[in-house]
Design a protein around this ligand. Structure first.
Ligand code: 3PY
Ligand code: MG
Length: 498
């Protein structure tokens, strides 16, 4: 009889476990679809019943080692858990060596212990299987109280205990650090690990995801939780509802006085037209070359005011802030994209220029207009980011770095300007059909779509908008599997495709 969990532990490895409480066999099935070291069925706090547990174990046991956190430390609870086909138990709230010894007795057949033979899976071919079972059953004692920590060395020394498994949340309650963990809690966890190692046993713990699990693995913990079904559903659902909800607040569009940068081409002119349509009473149309915006300004000469504005020129930024003292809505649309990778070109000049325009230029505008917006009641700032703020497309690696910096700036801006009532919105489109993306062969949205989305986003006072399916799809992918998106984007680099 094989138990890959014990094999991995004996080889010094770390078991990455799925943890399930919802009591739904199909959820367990989905969690280990591609295989996993182990899947833990929580009978202490979870919704599993004997029939659902048995069904789930039948479905998953070819994909992952089934383990059960038992309902309690009783002889019958442990026996029932193992009869259901689990290859190991994690027994909650173990505090003494005597308790640990009783647990081992319940988990092992005679002559080692007193486990009773029966059940469906455990007696299929009983004659052959029962004698080999004892060595294949994994037994972990959960340490999750102050007393358990004090007795950790004695518990670990009990023959048949394979692992001390820490329950950090109960431990924080017991130590009085709840709802935080803190240094006292961490010291207790490290003591438990040291006690386990001293007895030649392993130590595991409950973790809240794969990043924490990897860090604990680095520290020598040998079992950690990568995903937890309740959290996967509950946290993600709540976050989506919150992000979809409108935020209450003042109308940012009717009677607005806007300033839009980068209006020579692309999204800028469309945004000017959309804001006019949405009720803006006046718009300063910023452009590096005034000649290029003559036709646009002529469309509504009574409302549109041309402003010569290169955001990298401090005198022009200062002059704009002095001229446009009535602004309530600043749209930082101007930007530059050289469409070049970071390393396959001769110098960092493009990277520096993109940072200069996209990041420092926007920062300069925000700084210059912060007092203006404050004086006018708060208003709003819209920053033209990109979905590439969130993941690098190495084909234009330096543009992405500048947009990532701008994303971070936008978060800081939102926090700092909250007190003065300024709403800050980031716009994260995918590829837009402008001169900037002329050489890029991917599906693109029209600039007008972005402009409409900006208006809608301001109406609902969104923090971020992701106009177009490409942006929304990438944002979704980044939420669930950022590494997969990173790898996909790396593939667009010609060299990566060979
Ligand atoms: C605890 O942290 O107390 C646990 O039991 C983890 O499931
Ligand atoms: Mg607990």
């Amino acid at each position: 009889m094989k138990n890959p969990v014990l094999d991995k532990l004996r080889a010094g490895g770390c078991v990455g476990a799925m943890w399930t409480t919802l009591g739904a066999p199909v959820v367990a099935e989905l969690m280990v679809e591609e295989g996993a070291d182990a899947i833990v069925f929580d009978m202490q706090h979870g919704l599993w019943t004997i029939p659902t547990l048995q069904a789930a174990i039948g479905v998953v046991r070819e994909k992952a080692v089934p383990l059960i956190r038992t309902q309690d430390d009783s002889y019958f609870a442990i026996g029932a858990a193992l009869d259901s086909g689990a290859l190991g138990i994690i027994v909650p709230v173990v505090a003494t060596a005597e308790q640990a010894a009783r647990i081992v007795q319940a988990a092992k057949y005679p002559p080692i212990g007193k486990r009773s033979s029966g059940g469906i899976r455990s007696v299929i071919d009983a004659k052959a299987v029962v004698p080999k079972t004892n060595n294949a059953i994994f037994v972990a004692a959960m340490i999750e109280t102050e007393l358990g920590v004090a007795n950790a060395a004695a518990i670990a020394a009990v023959p048949g205990i394979d692992m001390l498994f820490i329950g950090p949340f109960d431990l924080s309650l017991s130590l009085g650090t709840f709802p935080d963990f803190g240094p006292k809690h961490e010291a207790a966890m490290q003591m438990v690990k040291a006690a386990a190692h001293k007895a030649g046993k392993s130590c595991g713990l409950f973790t809240i995801g794969e990043t924490m699990a990897a860090d604990r693995r680095r520290q020598g913990f040998q079992m950690a939780v990568l995903a937890y079904d309740q959290d996967l559903i509950q946290t993600a659902s709540k976050a989506r509802l919150r992000r979809f909800a409108d935020q209450p607040g003042k109308d940012l569009l009717t009677g607005a006085v806007a300033l839009v940068t980068g209006c020579n081409r692309g999204i800028g002119p469309e945004t000017v037209r959309a804001l006019l349509k949405a009720g803006a009473k006046k718009i300063y149309v910023g452009a590096r070359k005034l000649n290029g915006i003559k036709a646009l300004v002529a469309q509504a000469p009574d409302k549109l005011v041309p402003v010569e504005l290169d955001v990298t020129k401090p005198d022009q930024v200062a002059a704009a802030a002095k001229l446009a003292k009535d602004v309530t809505l600043l749209v930082n649309n101007g930007g530059v994209n050289f469409n070049t990778p970071l390393f396959a070109i001769e110098s960092s000049d493009n990277a520096r220029r993109e940072m200069e325009v996209n990041y420092f230029g926007t920062l300069a505008m925000c700084r210059a207009f912060q007092p203006v917006l404050k004086a006018n009641g708060g208003g709003a700032i819209v920053n033209m980011l990109s979905i590439l703020s969130l993941v690098n497309l190495p084909l234009m690696g330096s543009l992405c770095a500048s947009k990532a910096a701008l994303w971070s700036l936008t978060q800081a801006l939102r926090a700092e300007l909250k007190a003065q009532g300024t709403h800050v919105m980031g716009v994260l489109p995918g590829a837009v059909d402008t001169d900037m993306t002329a050489g890029v062969n991917v599906p693109k949205v029209q600039p007008g779509v972005i402009a409409d989305a900006i208006v809608q986003g301001l109406k609902s006072r969104a923090d971020e908008i992701y106009p177009g399916d490409m942006a929304a799809g990438v944002a979704f992918g980044l939420g669930v599997d950022p590494k997969a998106v990173e790898r996909e984007f790396a593939n667009y680099l010609p060299a990566a495709r060979v």
